[in-house]
Design a binder for this molecule. Structure first.
Ligand SMILES: N[C@@H](CCC(=O)N[C@@H](CS)C(=O)NCC(=O)O)C(=O)O
Length: 203
């Protein structure tokens, strides 16, 4: 299998972390949707990453669908999400928050690329406010282990991906270990695991 996209894409990173945690081998094609547009389109005609190229040659885009297929590929008890009940609901609630935060970070990053006179300050403030609300929700629900049943799950993966992207690149003055100590500690725990440490995003 081939995974197309850079670790700087949080959606690609969460997919890669999932593959590594599940022990599913893949070739990483480190192609950026913006700077390697033509190459990305050879695999993913709309230019979206992540794209997973299956061994059959079929292509799957969108991290949620890709992760669904990856979970299906392993024994059910190894899937990185509880199978049912209150634990699954909690995981989906947390993943939903992370999946709502990340596009706000992407939007902020995109705004930062514009010349200053073309930036829309009200939009920047709105995106940042929404992201910070999401981070506060994740912070409140974090403990001193993993989020759900103290077992590493997709909820932890998405929270760490969001926290690190915001703290490193997008909102470094606001999303700090001082303001979000439990998220910082969660990221620190995660970084002891190769799947996280080997997929650190770089600009
Ligand atoms: N919902 C999608 C979002 C993927 C996404 O927006 N990827 C960005 C990079 S982080 C991308 O492909 N941007 C290029 C574009 O939209 O043209 C997923 O979960 O995979």
């Amino acid at each position: 299998m081939k995974l197309v996209g850079p670790w700087l894409s949080g959606f690609t990173r969460r997919t890669a972390i999932t593959m590594k945690l599940l022990g599913i081998p893949f070739e990483h094609l480190n192609l950026n949707a913006y700077t390697d547009k033509e190459e990305v389109r050879r695999y993913s005609p709309m230019g979206k990453v992540p794209a997973l190229i299956l061994d059959s040659g079929e292509v799957l885009i969108d991290s949620a669908g890709i992760i669904d297929v990856l979970h299906e590929a392993v024994e059910p008890e190894r899937a990185l999400i509880p199978p049912s009940g209150a634990a699954r609901l909690r995981a989906l609630q947390l993943i939903g928050i992370g999946l709502a935060i990340y596009p706000k970070l992407s939007a902020l990053f995109d705004e930062s690329l514009r010349p200053e006179s073309y930036r829309l300050q009200s939009a920047i403030e709105g995106f940042a406010e929404q992201a910070v609300i999401g981070f506060k929700m994740l912070e409140e629900q974090a403990g001193d282990g993993w989020y759900v049943s103290d077992t590493l799950s997709q909820a932890d993966i998405m929270a760490v991906v969001c926290y690190q992207a915001a703290a490193q690149f997008v909102l470094p003055d606001v999303v700090t270990a001082k303001n979000f100590p439990r998220l910082a500690a969660l990221a620190e725990r995660a970084m002891k695991i190769d799947a996280f440490a080997s997929t650190v995003p770089h600009l």
